[in-house]
Design a protein around this ligand. Structure first.
Ligand SMILES: [Zn+2]
Length: 384
């Protein structure tokens, strides 16, 4: 079986003779005397496409055979036209070659090995077995793009048994002959079974997106080629929106966002101190009462508790309810003398809701109306 994808990685369509067809999961397993369909391997996903009228939804290498999983059967001995999904293949080749360039540069610079490689739906991740400071990313990216724009050849070859020991390729341990070598002169030499671009220029662009600690080393996220421009377009559009929202230059949105955060922090502090003064003023109105039931619109949960605490400082039992009949109420009961939990639990048992707490404080929610809650407390007072 001829592996056309190794002879020329840019074959998009081909004809071949069907050598086998057998029922398989979800369809048929078809073998050919030659194929341009790359099976999955080396971190690169398989090609998909068409064989005649049938859809090829997966391709796997089993022993020396490449198995095409198709939705329709093929006639053994017949000639069939194959067409691969080229956009998908070219994208995978761009990511894979970009990975070689970046891994080669990192190996040359730090001596670290690529210990994990994954082409995800959006980004590519590469794991290295040593630390790389995030500040180094622009330097690595510049070198990678320089190698791409030099349009270096990507040479794929099998050294003879005698040549192999003399090839200085990136590896953690020696591999048994035969080994397929992928070499980008001056940048990287590596054992690899992937379908590769012919020249680095085809990668177009490498964009390193992040570098975070991972096990003993780091995980770098990146995107190459069209993926890189797609991601950069998304990010640029987000930044444009931020720039408009903050009326800031597109290159100064970070400063504008930080300034806005500081303003927000100061405003939060100011409104918290105003709230505190307001709560003390409200509490004054309940001074000396046995039971205080107070309604407020839309307080934050902790503000509701603070208001309740302020009122409980001047009366026996404080009940605060924040919300509205439409949205329901969050409830807080605080008492330094009576059993706050019993007050809250009784209200919920009667009017519905949920909550919990201890003897001195209870918090919960109820969807009862203000009228029902006021009547409930009026009835309690009448019974007492
Ligand atoms: Zn590779």
């Amino acid at each position: 079986m001829k592996k056309l994808y190794y002879e020329d990685s840019h074959i998009k369509a081909f004809t071949a003779t069907v050598t086998g067809c057998a029922p398989a999961d979800n369809g048929y397993a078809v073998t050919l005397d030659a194929t341009a369909f790359y099976p999955e391997g080396g971190g690169q996903a398989c090609d998909i496409g068409y064989l005649g009228e049938s859809t090829v939804f997966a391709v796997k290498e089993v022993g020396e055979e490449v198995i095409h999983y198709c939705d329709k059967p093929q006639e053994v001995g017949a000639t069939v036209a194959g067409a691969i999904d080229w956009d998908r293949r070219f994208d995978l080749m761009q990511q894979h070659a970009g990975e070689h360039v970046v891994s080669g540069i990192i190996f040359q610079t730090y001596g670290y090995h690529n210990v994990g490689f994954h082409i995800g739906a959006d980004v590519v991740t590469i794991d290295f077995d040593g630390p790389i400071p995030a500040e180094d990313l622009p330097k690595i990216e510049d070198r990678a793009n320089a190698a791409i724009w030099q349009n270096l050849p990507v040479k794929c070859y099998y050294p003879t048994r005698e040549e192999l020991p003399k090839v200085n390729y990136r590896r953690k341990k020696d591999l048994p002959w035969p080994v397929r070598i992928v070499e980008i002169p001056g940048i990287d030499t590596c054992a690899c079974c992937g379908a590769q671009v012919q020249k680095t220029g085809e990668v177009g662009l490498v964009k390193l997106l992040s570098c975070v600690k991972f096990h003993q080393g780091v995980r770098i996220e990146m995107a190459c080629g069209k993926r890189a421009t797609d991601i950069l377009r998304l990010i640029f559009d987000q930044n444009r929106q931020v720039s408009q929202a903050f009326s800031a230059q597109i290159t100064e949105t970070g400063v504008a966002a930080r300034r806005m955060n500081e303003t927000l922090g100061a405003e939060k502090f100011r409104s918290a101190s105003l709230e505190k003064r307001l709560f003390a003023y409200i509490a004054d109105g309940y001074a000396g009462k046995k039971l205080a039931v107070h309604f407020e619109k839309d307080l934050a949960p902790n503000a509701n508790r603070e208001l309740c605490n302020a009122i409980a400082g001047v009366c026996s039992v404080a009940v605060t309810l924040s919300g509205s009949d439409e949205t329901g109420y969050s409830l807080c009961v605080i008492s330094r003398e009576a059993d706050a939990k019993a007050v809250g639990a009784n209200l919920i048992a009667t009017l519905g809701g949920r909550g919990g707490g201890k003897r001195d404080a209870f918090q919960g929610t109820t969807s009862a109306t203000r009228q029902a809650i006021e009547k409930y407390f009026q009835d309690c007072a009448n019974r007492a």
